[in-house]
Design a binder for this molecule. Structure first.
Ligand code: SF4
Length: 275
């Protein structure tokens, strides 16, 4: 049975016997920077959240609706036929569960005791019954994205596809190593907006290789079980901000003493906008 979004436990406690729920994006965080992963999953300090990508969500939502119509009818979407693919959207009892955020496709990796999960955008099936993972991507650039290398997140997108393939294979599906990105690029080369955005739509195939996933999960577990803070994976503006802010506060308190910390609201009260 799948764990659902009501399952609250978030932070890792070394030695815990209960499976630890770990999303696809947190695995990616570990690959990107073990220090941020440790801060987030073990020390309970997450990165600041980003503003919601509401336009991208709208595109995803509409694409899902469009492919769902063909799923229901059992017919190929024109994008499939235009690209010479003898496919239809995959219909399965669990398709909605697999696409639901915070539920998704799940697998308990016994060696790490991580309950790994990730929500797919779509699955297509070919004439031989092989299931292909599909991810929708929306962006806006001067030129259409026609290959993964056209984006700076291509490594992340490859890992994303590979984890979904790994998860679905562990759910006993006949999964192809070849997945697809439906890449839509908002056009900026038109003369005016006229109340609508127009997109180029490209299908990008990618042959995944999931052989790194098991080992990475074990490394992530070792990271969370350890008591020392891991090295940062790279230099980034979040760390610089944290360090600069901490140093600035320390210097300020050293100069003005404890009163420099002020009372709640005192800093803003003197800066109120005068009417
Ligand atoms: S370098 Fe960036 S990603 Fe790594 S710990 Fe610092 S803030 Fe996090």
């Amino acid at each position: 049975m799948a764990w659902t979004s009501t399952w609250k436990k978030k932070f890792y406690i070394p030695g815990q016997t209960e499976p630890f729920k770990l999303s696809r994006s947190k695995i990616d965080l570990f690959v990107d920077c073990p220090r941020c992963f440790y801060l987030d999953r073990r020390l309970e300090v997450g990165r600041p959240s980003m503003p919601p990508f509401t336009l991208n969500s709208a595109v995803d939502h509409l694409l899902k609706k469009e492919f769902d119509m063909h799923r229901k009818a059992g017919t190929p979407h024109p994008l499939m036929t235009e690209n010479g693919l003898d496919f239809v959207p995959f219909d399965h009892d669990k398709i909605n569960e697999w696409r639901e955020n915070f539920v998704g496709v799940q697998y308990l990796h016994k060696e790490s005791n991580f309950l790994v999960f990730g929500a797919v955008d779509d699955l297509w099936v070919d004439a031989k019954g092989k299931v292909h993972v599909v991810d929708y991507k929306a962006t806006s650039k001067d030129e259409a994205v026609t290959k993964l290398e056209d984006t700076k997140w291509h490594d992340q997108y490859r890992r994303q596809m590979e984890i979904y393939q790994w998860l679905l294979k562990h759910n006993d599906l006949n999964v192809s190593d070849t997945g697809y990105f439906v890449y839509v690029t908002g056009r900026k080369d038109l003369d005016s907006f006229d109340g609508k955005l127009e997109f180029y739509t490209n299908l990008i195939s990618y042959k995944g290789k999931s052989d790194w996933v098991d080992e990475t999960l074990m490394q992530a577990k070792a990271c969370l079980d350890g008591d020392s803070i891991p090295e940062a994976g790279h230099d980034c503006e979040y760390c610089n901000y944290r360090e600069n802010a901490g140093n600035a506060f320390k210097k300020h308190v050293a100069k003005f003493g404890a009163k420099a910390m002020g009372k709640k609201g005192s800093a803003t009260s003197s800066n109120k906008v005068k009417k």
